[in-house]
Design a protein around this ligand. Structure first.
Ligand code: UDP
Ligand code: MG
Length: 142
């Protein structure tokens, strides 16, 4: 059996506004990740601060929360072999200037902050992040 795992993904407000949801999902699907839960929603400020708690002391925290709550986002669970690592590869580096050509951030980021997508950094983070945004009954088995 291959190492099928789940990761948490957000299509951020700048990418939803630019109407590139389809393009981004197409890239996930063509590179082996399946969408196994999804909803378009606004994130509340309180929840966003919990979600990004690890960055609370960073200088960009206020701006990050403001951006992430500025418009609708697409919250997703992606499933597939090594989904956490695979998703990070497909997304590209946090700083779009450093993102490899062809990655989602290279194509759709507008800046370091407005970098189009979020992806969990570990299986542990994925578990916490999925539980923050989805009820167990909303998760489909891939
Ligand atoms: N971010 C920012 N300035 C920075 C570093 C990060 O605005 O100097 C934002 C950016 O949107 C990033 C998010 O904060 O995606 C979380 O940062 P992290 O280092 O966890 O990057 P990621 O895991 O998203 O690649
Ligand atoms: Mg991170």
């Amino acid at each position: 059996m291959s190492n099928v795992e789940k990761t948490f993904s957000i299509i951020k407000p700048n990418a939803v506004k630019k109407a590139v949801i389809g393009d981004i999902i197409k890239q996930f699907e063509s590179e082996g990740l399946k969408v196994t839960a999804a909803k378009l929603a606004m994130i509340s400020k309180d929840k966003c601060e919990i979600f990004y708690a690890e960055h609370k002391e960073r200088p960009f925290f206020g701006e990050l929360v403001e951006f992430m709550t500025s418009g609708p986002v697409l919250l997703m669970v992606l499933s597939g072999p090594n989904a956490v690592t695979k998703n990070r590869q497909i997304m590209g580096a946090t700083d779009p200037k450093k993102a490899d050509a062809g990655t989602i951030r290279a194509k759709h980021a507008d800046s370091m902050g407005e970098n189009a997508v979020h992806g969990s950094d570990s299986a542990e983070s994925a578990k916490r992040e999925i539980a923050l945004f989805f009820e167990p009954y909303e998760l489909v088995n891939a």
